[in-house]
Ligand binder design. Structure first.
Ligand code: WTA
Length: 653
């Protein structure tokens, strides 16, 4: 390691971690190189309790629809709950739930299993069967985790929809998944406010728009006033009342779809990423153990929402599959003030803390503005490891996190992965990998990430290119629900030699071979770690047919949120100015919030008489990106039909 290897793991880390030092890392990499299937089979036997052991490992006969451990049978909920209780850990705390108002509830493995079994029995009593899809639209809660586990227990495929999505987005997902049930709450409590959930479900189901749906199960969180549809709506406490506290797990084949999770791609329509049970659970557990070095005594806290993949792999499945203790937090990092995370770390003696760069950057700002919420004011000595996920972490934020949160003693694991990959792909292992701020370092052992050109040829280190994964891996996406062709064309384009296309650009350091992610190469934005398709936002804008003639959406760099959404809009009426323009911009922002959700609201909206187009009518987004950044366009604009438009779009109103 030359100039860039800045932080070596301490001797203590190297001695005590599950993966001890670079030699241990390298020997795992070599093992996978020598016998790829043997390596994954060994780990699948170690990490998963199989009802019927598998005899097949990787089946590539229908590539790229790969199968792993296909003749094995298991149950994810059994692996996350029962087996720890059978091993005598029933009284161990599984979840430490902290509510928005600071109230704390601890749930042991035995208690969690009872809740999951009762809910699973209730779902069965309502006719939910193996393979049925259940949409979960809940805030962060024990009930949310239990609902996912209850689906897994009976072999129903869950699809969690983030509580910030609108009725329209929720409806699209219920329809696409053909869901038979929605599990929701009356309201969610966040940042001192009660926000609607059930009312949004009501709106999504209006007019019989979701014919497959039979029941709506409602968890009473706040007791706020809600509408009730007799014959469709049921209280969670009523349906679980009197249900048996045991429920025989449904032993499913390893390839059985554990969940669908909708995510943005480069078209207007989100895609239902389908994950398996066996391969997915293996990688969720394995990465929790090696990347987070999870030990029996740890108090683990992943701050993600269960509506995103991070909440699936590192709240609902990974830590529980290992019998760990973890925090589930209902609230937001800034309520009652921006010291909330630090205060909770101190209070619960959190040892491993996993959050997003956006959160870190906004807490840096807050701490720099007010001593009272600076991490220095709190006792964070329980921490031993920090993690980052969702977007590139800039070196300055990394250094601050390392110094002020980690007391310069905690390694930081910058974990690169995606909804489609199920778990970490490129990440340091804390007892092994020397750290370089801003780099996610090296592939997880057994994962064959590489950087190639447009034809799939390897590019030398030091030269940027397209990030691919050369070999299939157990927790990979299996297909896009209802759209296998889109799965093939999005992830296995013909020209890439059968490699998985991640959708990100990356570069490897010329000396160390370390990976740095340079950002998406498709039309996907990353705003506060949330994936948003520019096409999705464009189609939401143009669906406002009363006002909008045309719209183009691009991203621009933002100090806090990583990227910000910038929309260029041509109205059906004359270009507005001043207060009128401001009012229309607000109206359009609200429209997007209604169509997709508040997370998709454009930060900037610019109005023009037209958009910059080539003579053949193609919108030149490259130029719009310059305008969005406030840069003067120095590139060649000779192919542009209407160069003067750039200046107009650059003007504030
Ligand atoms: C980005 C989130 C840089 C990347 C787990 C990827 C990252 C997209 C990192 C997936 C990281 C995630 N460094 N970029 N450590 N982690 N990304 O599906 O662009 O919500 O393709 O999964 O986030 O976002 P998704």
């Amino acid at each position: 390691m030359t100039q860039t290897a800045l932080y070596q793991p301490s001797a203590e880390w190297q001695a005590n971690a599950h993966v001890k030092g670079m030699a241990a890392y390298q020997s795992l990499v070599d093992e996978a190189d020598r016998d790829y299937e043997g390596y994954w089979a060994r780990l699948a036997r170690e990490f998963i309790s199989w009802k019927t052991p598998f005899t097949q490992v990787l089946d590539s006969s229908e590539a790229p629809f790969f199968k792993w451990f296909a003749d094995g049978r298991l149950n994810a909920s059994y692996n996350c709950l029962d087996r720890h209780i059978e091993a005598g850990k029933g009284d161990k705390t599984a979840l430490i739930f902290e509510a928005d108002d600071g109230a704390v509830a601890r749930v042991s493995y035995s208690e969690l299993l009872t809740r999951v079994a009762q809910l699973a029995n209730a779902l069965k009593a309502r006719g939910v069967k193996k393979g049925d899809r259940v949409v979960i639209y809940m805030s962060m809660s024990v009930e949310g985790v239990a609902a996912m586990q209850a689906c897994a227990r009976i072999g129903a495929t869950h699809s969690v929809v983030f509580g910030g999505f609108s009725a329209q987005s929720l409806r699209d997902r219920i329809q696409d998944a053909g869901a038979v049930m929605v599990i929701t709450a009356d309201e969610q409590q966040r940042g001192g406010k009660a926000l609607p959930l059930k009312a949004i479900v009501d709106e999504a189901l209006e007019g019989g728009s979701c014919p497959t749906l039979k029941d709506v199960i409602v968890y009473k969180r706040t007791g706020g006033k809600i509408n009730w549809v007799e014959g469709r709506d049921l209280w969670l406490h009523d349906v679980t009342q009197g249900q048996a506290s045991t429920c025989e797990p449904e032993w499913v084949e390893a390839e059985h779809p554990l969940f669908l999770l909708y995510t943005s791609g480069s078209t207007g329509k989100p895609k239902g990423v389908q994950h398996s049970t066996g391969g997915y659970l293996l990688h969720a557990a394995l990465t929790t153990k090696w990347t987070f070095d999870l030990q029996d005594s740890d108090v683990f806290w992943c701050t993600a929402d269960i509506g995103w993949v991070t909440g699936h792999s590192y709240i609902t499945y990974g830590p529980l599959a290992l019998g760990g203790t973890e925090i589930v937090f209902e609230g937001v990092p800034t309520y009652p003030d921006a010291g909330r995370f630090w205060q909770m770390i101190e209070k619960h003696k959190v040892t491993v803390f996993y959050t997003a760069p956006t959160a870190i950057r906004s807490l840096i700002k807050a701490a720099e503005g007010s001593e009272a919420v600076h991490p220095a004011r709190y006792d964070l000595s329980s921490l031993r490891l920090l993690g980052s996920v969702g977007e590139p972490i800039n070196p300055a934020a990394w250094e601050w996190y390392h110094k002020h949160v980690g007391g310069s003693r905690c390694p930081i694991v910058d974990t690169f992965w995606q909804t489609e990959t199920g778990g970490h792909m490129i990440t340091p292992l804390p007892g092994a990998t020397p750290l370089v701020p801003g780099s996610c370092t090296l592939p997880f052992p057994g994962i064959t990430t590489a950087i190639v050109d447009e034809l799939g040829n390897d590019v030398p280190n030091g030269q940027g290119g397209i990030l691919v994964v050369k070999k299939p891996w157990p927790s990979m996406i299996r297909t896009i629900w209802n759209d296998p062709e889109r799965f093939k064309s999005s992830y296995y384009p013909a020209e890439l030699k059968g490699y998985y296309l991640a959708g990100d650009g990356a570069i490897r350091d010329a000396d160390t071979g370390y990976f740095t992610i340079t950002g998406r190469i498709d039309d996907v934005l990353n705003v506060s770690g949330h994936r948003m398709g520019t096409m999705e936002i464009e189609s939401a804008l143009v669906s406002c047919t009363e006002l909008v003639a045309e719209a183009a959406v691009v991203g621009r760099p933002d100090d806090t949120t990583g990227e910000a959404i910038c929309a260029f809009v041509v109205l059906k009426r004359a270009r507005p100015h001043g207060d009128e323009a401001k009012a229309i911009a607000k109206q359009l922002r609200d429209w997007v919030a209604k169509e997709i959700g508040p997370i998709a609201k454009p930060k900037d909206i610019r109005f023009g008489d037209n958009l910059p187009k080539t003579r053949s009518g193609k919108i030149m987004r490259r130029l719009l990106r310059n305008v969005a950044k406030g840069e003067s366009v120095t590139q060649d604009t000779s192919t542009l039909e209407n160069p003067a438009i750039l200046e107009q779009l650059g003007q504030a109103y």
